[in-house]
Design a protein around this ligand. Structure first.
Ligand code: PLP
Length: 283
């Protein structure tokens, strides 16, 4: 197994992390998760653009070009002979003695690894749907940055699992934002509803693809925040993410209680997504 360390692909056994990495002290870093289908990175350009955006928003000087990153990711996938799975890449602000103040002279540290994922398992789950736990969004106000600082998300995910749910759906003062590691969509009267891409959510790459597919399928779309109680009146609900793709929700528990069936619009979008994976936007 190989991993990425700065601009080198090295054996995982030789990889080490620095005690004074600001990633450890402050969670001062950013990351991306890129899906690999048939040995090829999916929407890598979009993910790397978002990484660059996250870096800019945090005044973090990447010091590496998108092309170099692309080459390194491709090489890592090849060396690890990964067919189905994901690449995780992380960039921390660098190594310096612990001090809240950063100096812009630190050199960012890039690291990355691959993980296998089972497409089969995921598609089985997509036919069954999952349960979601509705809880408070206790995160900070810059959820648009894909920061490695994920405590609010981690706490919510554990809470969901403790209630036998596979995802936590978050609300801020009663208004639904997103999932702990996904974006939420509701369907009501043939119209799709999702939170707008503000500072309160991560603008998911899968979310953006689904909006594009929905547009080409001529569904109505409303990007507006909605109160959590609206979920009780929804016809369908699903979440989107790089690893889960388009995942139906069949039950909400916690802050909202309701059961749903996997509906025709969710199924159409699941289908469209599978086509998009293989051929791009052709409809
Ligand atoms: N929202 C949050 C908080 C996430 O962590 C993620 C992905 O991990 C998403 C949304 C979905 O983003 P994407 O579709 O780019 O994977």
């Amino acid at each position: 197994k190989y991993v990425l360390h700065n601009e080198h692909i090295i054996s995982a056994d030789d990889a080490k992390v620095e005690m004074n990495d600001r990633g450890y002290h402050f969670g001062d870093g950013i990351y991306e998760v890129i899906r690999i289908y048939n040995s090829k990175p999916f929407t890598m350009d979009e993910h790397l653009n978002r990484l660059i955006e996250s870096a800019n928003k945090l005044d973090l000087n990447l010091q590496i070009t998108k092309e170099t990153l692309e080459n390194l990711i491709n090489k890592l996938v090849e060396k690890n002979e990964l067919t189905d799975g994901m690449v995780y890449i992380q960039m921390t602000r660098g190594v310096s003695p612990r001090n809240h103040l950063y100096h812009r002279t630190e050199n960012p540290i890039l690291s990355g690894f691959t993980q296998k994922l089972s497409t089969q398992e995921n598609q089985t789950k997509q036919k069954q749907g999952i349960s979601a736990w509705v809880t408070d969004d206790i995160r900070w106000l810059r959820c648009d940055i894909k920061s490695i600082n994920l405590l609010g998300n981690v706490i919510a995910k554990r809470e969901a699992a403790d209630h036998h749910c596979q995802e936590a759906i978050l609300h801020r003062d009663g208004m639904i934002t997103e999932g702990s590691s996904s974006n939420l969509f509701l369907v009501k009267d043939q119209t799709l509803y999702t939170h707008p891409a503000t500072n309160l959510i991560l603008n998911g790459i899968t979310r953006q693809i689904v909006l594009k597919l929905a547009k080409s399928l001529q569904f109505e779309m409303v990007e507006e925040a909605f109160p959590k109680d609206v979920i009780e009146h929804a016809d369908e609900a699903f979440i989107t993410s790089t690893t889960m793709e388009v995942m139906p929700i069949i039950e909400f528990k916690g802050g909202v209680k309701t059961s749903l069936k996997i509906g025709p619009i969710t199924e159409k979008l699941q289908d469209a997504f599978q086509h998009y994976k293989n051929d791009g936007l052709s409809t």
